[in-house]
Ligand binder design. Structure first.
Ligand SMILES: Cc1cc2nc3c(=O)[nH]c(=O)nc-3n(C[C@H](O)[C@H](O)[C@H](O)COP(=O)(O)OP(=O)(O)OC[C@H]3O[C@@H](n4cnc5c(N)ncnc54)[C@H](O)[C@@H]3O)c2cc1C
Length: 257
């Protein structure tokens, strides 16, 4: 594993050093009679990596294919930031919860403001002595990196980076995937294929699966801020109201670092 600034991948100087994984030659290139894998997972985002880790821990061998060479989204986008306690409970089972909660900002309460007026204060988890806080905030690429590192320790899950699935077909109980790599295309066969290739899943297209989608319009500002301010205790975003519109903001109070 090496590191590269996310900005080099099109984002423009983010300062984030994303993990980059080497391409390894898949065994199928040299096998006369390629195996039928029990499970192939397509997509190395949070869903695919968590599933592969969970199956690996239960003793199920997995091959995971991801088109990218790295954890994290293209460019500088952080994507997932705020995650609930349930995620930490699952990560506890997978063995990365402690690392995630130490790296992230954990919190139990928040406030909603109307202008400068504190109109709503909520405590999500008033119960004391809980193992995990109600929420943690951590950039998604860290979580993906920790999952990938955890998987590498298992020995029965093979992560194949720079393996882009470009076609899929099913014949009886066997699914065959056509995979594009830096050294050419190959076919991989599996008893089960799990499509974890995101919201714009090409797997669903290849297999003719239609997912009902609902679109809604809203105004959002997602901002990555680099600041040398020491441990964060509380954070508030104040939107500038324009045209008489009501500005709403929220803040959270971390419980520990
Ligand atoms: C701006 C933004 C903010 C967000 N904030 C939050 C938040 O605060 N909290 C939260 O819970 N969620 C948040 N989300 C949502 C969260 O990022 C997604 O729910 C999450 O990434 C979905 O994970 P996934 O593994 O299903 O898909 P993805 O993360 O999209 O991963 C899909 C993976 O599949 C790979 N792939 C795709 N096609 C192929 C192919 N043909 N062959 C091989 N590999 C392929 C991709 O390289 C990628 O690694 C946010 C999203 C955005 C965009």
């Amino acid at each position: 594993m090496s590191r590269r600034d996310a900005g080099e991948r099109g984002g423009g100087g983010s300062g984030y050093a994303l993990a980059e994984y080497a391409f390894r030659r898949p065994a199928e290139f040299d096998a006369d009679d390629p195996p039928v894998h029990p499970v192939v997972v397509v997509g190395g985002g949070p869903a695919g990596l968590a599933l592969a880790a969970d199956l690996g821990l239960r003793g199920v061998p997995v091959v995971l294919l991801d088109q990218d060479a790295s954890s994290g989204a293209w460019g500088t986008a952080s994507r997932g930031i705020a995650h609930s306690k349930r995620t930490l409970e699952i990560f506890d089972r997978l063995g990365i919860a402690e690392r995630v909660s130490q790296k992230g900002v954990t919190w139990n309460e928040g406030r909603i403001y109307d202008g400068f007026e504190d109109i709503y204060h909520f405590v999500i988890q008033p119960e004391k002595d809980q193992k995990w806080p109600a929420f943690y905030n951590l950039q998604q690429f860290y979580v993906e990196e920790y999952l990938a590192e955890r998987i590498e320790q298992m020995g029965n899950v093979e992560l194949r980076w720079q393996n882009r699935v470009v076609g899929a077909s099913q014949d009886g109980d066997i699914v065959t995937l056509q995979v594009d790599t830096p050294i050419g295309q190959y076919h991989v066969r599996a008893s089960w294929v799990v499509a974890c290739d995101g919201a714009n899943s090409s797997m669903q297209e290849y297999l003719g699966i239609e997912t009902p989608m609902v679109l809604f319009e809203d105004y959002w500002a997602v901002t990555d801020v680099r600041a040398d301010i020491g441990p964060l205790r509380s954070c508030t975003a104040w939107p500038t109201a324009s045209s008489g519109a009501t500005g709403r903001s929220s803040s959270w109070t971390p419980t520990r670092r």
